[in-house]
Write a protein that binds this ligand. Structure first.
Ligand SMILES: Cc1cc2nc3c(=O)[nH]c(=O)nc-3n(C[C@H](O)[C@H](O)[C@H](O)COP(=O)(O)O)c2cc1C
Length: 181
């Protein structure tokens, strides 16, 4: 089983990063091999809307998305992690999602499952918009959506480390996403 984590926060030691690492540790405990991608360290350019991919499902932009296309098309588990920014996903994550338009033009059989982690600063952040975009992506790349982790009330980077119950929930999420039948 291959589990792929994709971080969409610009804070490498932030709350999303901390939770995504815990999810990946849980996945390893359940026997998965893992890969961790930080979009902040990658070159992922904007979708140009050129529609070349409508012909053959291939994106003409030669950047780090080419690696992520392989991962998204073959992983048994994909976990996205994004802060809530203006009631939606971070720009980093949304640029990655838009670049998956080429996968919409391919037939990718259902091959795995996926979940979204979101962290917001407000006590009750608006998660609905990010969830909706993520579900649309998962459907496009043949991943079955699973419940992820939605956490509010966290503003400082790494603040989530003061909430052991949330860290435990992240670890057991990774474990159960891999070990479910
Ligand atoms: C540009 C920006 C927009 C934000 N918008 C929201 C928002 O709409 N709702 C919310 O609850 N928190 C919002 N926040 C707070 C972040 O979601 C919060 O600090 C979160 O813990 C960041 O996660 P990270 O540590 O993984 O980067 C915003 C923060 C920034 C920098």
């Amino acid at each position: 089983m291959r589990a792929v984590g994709i971080l969409g926060s610009p804070r490498p030691e932030g709350n999303c990063a901390t939770l995504l690492r815990e999810v990946m540790k849980g996945a390893v405990e359940a026997g998965a091999e893992t890969a961790f991608y930080d979009l902040g360290d990658m070159e992922v350019r904007f979708c140009r809307g050129c529609d070349s991919c409508a012909l053959d499902g291939v994106c003409v932009i030669d950047d780090d998305m080419q690696t992520l296309y392989q991962e998204l098309s073959h992983a048994d588990l994909v976990v996205l992690a994004s802060p809530v920014y203006f009631s939606g996903l971070s720009a980093q994550m949304k640029v990655m999602v838009d670049r998956c338009q080429c996968l919409w033009h391919r037939y990718i059989p259902t091959h795995g499952r996926a979940a979204l982690i979101m962290v917001g600063g407000m006590k009750e952040p608006q998660f609905r918009n990010g969830l909706s975009v993520a579900r649309s992506l998962f459907a496009t790349v043949g991943l079955e959506p699973r419940d992820g982790l939605l956490v509010g009330g966290m503003n400082l980077p790494g603040e989530v480390a003061t909430r052991p119950e949330v860290l435990r929930a992240a670890r057991s999420l990774g474990e159960s996403l891999i070990s479910e039948d």
